[in-house]
Ligand binder design. Sequence first.
Ligand code: KG4
Ligand code: ZN
Length: 339
Amino acid sequence: MGIYILGIESSCDDTSAAVIHNRKILANYIANQSVHKDFGGVVPELASRAHQQNIIPVIDKALCTAKISKNELHAIAFTNGPGLMGSLLVGASFAKTFSLALGIPLIEVNHMHAHILALFIEGQSFEQPPQFPFICLTVSGGHTQLMLVKDYFEMELIGQTIDDAAGEAFDKAAKIMGLPYPGGPLIDQYAALGNPKAFSFPHPNIPGLDFSFSGLKTSFLYFLRDQLKKNPDFIAQNTNDLCASIQSMIVEVLLRKLRMAIKETGIKRVAIAGGVSANSGLRNAVAKLEESDGCKVYIPKMEYCTDNAAMIAIAGFFKYQNSQFAHHAITPFAKFQKK
Ligand code: KG4
Ligand code: ZN
């Protein structure tokens, strides 16, 4: 018969609901919020209002697509953090109420762990899910983490950004060029047509496995400011090359630390996760580690890279098997927590 779990994700600006049957996704529905477009970033208050409007239709749609009734669900899994507090509260309140009404367990999920556990969803491009332990580079709009994944529930943070996240670096570079939010996917698109060696920027010099992206952003800003003084059309005339160059710099920074982590731990099973793992430059560079470094590489399916509830549902499935249920008095957390 198997286990059916409803996953709910509302940590930032995407309202998402998914239904999983064991490790197989039956439905994964996402409502994006267009209200933020004019503001160049996510406006927290608008995000929570939009979640309020979207959450019931999105869950309804997921259950309909999965062709199961709410009474067949075994548990409700939801993102408890990290994220925007107002946004998290919408998903958490709904999940609690629904689990109480249905009389089924509530499961809290850490958003960053869920990005990694998405690799265990059935139907990926690799035949077998990663074996433990493996190293995961989790790169999103709010976090950049090197995680030593020992088990579904035990993950050791071995490196992280000391300032901006990789996704933030993409989005800020895009904003400097006048591209709309979120700029990461647009940079990826334009980069495919440009020369990654056209412009270069200084590499951050951060010891150990930590990252820094704020210097890169600043040098990009100053470089463009100087060029625009000489030629006001500089950005328009060089968009593809600028995107290709900044993307290749960000990917280089990420790869350098990933390689360092492989060397330090001696672990040659490597994965990427999070929104920025959708980036074609990063996907290609990481895929090459198979040949160059003899690694086994795990790259998630595109639909499981950016925020989605399928990853919350799979994390919920593993917690359900382990009877890790949450109390209804649990409250969301905004900043990353290890557990
Ligand atoms: O994981 P995610 O959906 O949300 C957070 O948890 O933050 O990641 C969103 C981030 C944004 O910064 C977005 O610009 C970036 O992922 N992103 C990309 C691409 N697709 C999404 N960055 C570069 N290239 C992409 N193709
Ligand atoms: Zn995310």
